[in-house]
Write a protein that binds this ligand. Structure first.
Ligand code: P6P
Length: 337
């Protein structure tokens, strides 16, 4: 009976969020409508990315087609789709995308109470070699009564209502938190629905993997250098950690969330604020890590406490298993003294 119940009791992401929204009796379904438009964008990008390989053969995205027209690169195409889907949801007022220098202010007739910050296709440089890439997003609530301004977006990550990513890899997996834990959904292409496959994800308290671009080692600061040294040559007789670095944040963070360990994109002499963007890379991934029982640190403070001053501001980030991040926090704290 149980097996049959699982097969017929399809927990789609839409149904899941509706059940979670019952914790917010005041909600009028606005969030569910917003999310359904984000999900639509993810389904489109999943389909376009899976065809990207084929594009080389038949001249689709990123190539010049038979008419010699330059097809839109996948990341530009993805951005267009998300902007249009979010505006048409009628539930957003400000959109911030990695692809657009300026924020998009939604026209008053279509305005809603949410601000969405997103990277439509993070890691897109990896498309041609088939490495997993993804969409990353975060959602803020914006006071509706006054004209929206950039200040409404420059909020600390701890004010986010929800965050998530969709990874386009061997399968299409959407990981989401609305502030009460983390859940993973996998796209069933035969249904065109995201089905709950990873309920209540919790990151292991400590992991055996560290994930960093070792090619930047000569430019790291003291605490990062000491921490990575400790991963490779532990002094307490424990075995060294394994290094896994894909170079696509969604893939590296997804592995860290499921297997445990730590993901680092530190500051270095060339990039004093690291490389990853605060609003739509650092904040959403930090939000998810905390919701899954892990933590996220910038080298100076809890990542979600950071108050961004610019839309595309960068920050160093150390996120993952609680105990692993605690270790690097101690090294930065002792350096302060
Ligand atoms: P590096 C991809 O370009 C990206 O923005 C993230 O997805 C990834 O974590 C990072 O940059 C990789 O950067 O400098 O190690 O190649």
């Amino acid at each position: 009976h149980t097996a049959d119940a699982q097969r017929t009791d399809l927990m789609t992401i839409t149904r899941f969020v509706l059940t979670q929204q019952s914790n917010h009796p005041e909600s009028r379904g606005d969030f569910s409508i917003l999310l359904s438009h984000i999900v639509l964008g993810c389904k489109f990008v999943c389909s376009a990315v899976s065809k990207a390989g084929l594009a080389k053969l038949i001249g689709l995205a990123g190539e010049t087609n038979v008419q010699g027209e330059e097809q839109k690169k996948l990341d530009v195409l993805s951005n267009d789709v998300f902007i249009k889907a979010l505006v048409s949801s009628g539930r957003t007022c400000i959109l911030v995308s990695e692809e657009d220098e300026e924020a998009t202010f939604v026209e008053p007739s279509k305005r809603g109470k949410y601000c969405v910050v997103f990277d439509p296709l993070d890691g897109s440089s990896n498309i041609d070699c088939g490495v997993s890439i993804g969409t990353i997003f975060g959602i803020y609530l914006v006071e509706e009564d006054q004209e929206p301004t950039i200040e409404d977006v420059l909020q600390p990550g701890k004010h986010m209502l929800a965050a998530g990513y969709c990874m386009y890899g061997s399968s299409c997996t959407l990981v989401l938190s609305t502030g009460t834990g983390v859940n993973g959904f996998t796209l069933d292409p035969s249904l065109g629905e995201f089905i709950l496959t990873h309920p209540d994800i919790k990151i292991p308290k400590k992991g055996k993997i560290y994930s960093v671009n070792e090619g930047n080692a000569k430019n790291w600061d003291g605490p990062t250098t000491k921490y990575v040294e400790k991963c490779k040559f532990p002094k307490d007789g424990s075995s060294p950690k394994s290094l896994r670095y894909i170079g696509s944040m969604v893939a590296d963070v997804h592995r860290t969330l499921l297997y445990g360990g730590i993901f680092l994109y530190p500051a270095d002499k060339k990039s004093p604020n690291g490389k990853l963007r605060v609003l739509y890379e650092v904040f959403p991934m930090s939000f998810l890590m905390e919701q899954a029982g892990g933590q996220a640190f910038t080298g100076k403070q809890r990542a979600l406490d950071l108050v961004p001053k610019k839309l595309h501001e960068r920050s160093p980030i150390f996120l993952g298993s609680y105990d692993d991040v605690e270790e690097i926090k101690a090294l930065y704290a002792s350096e302060e003294k």
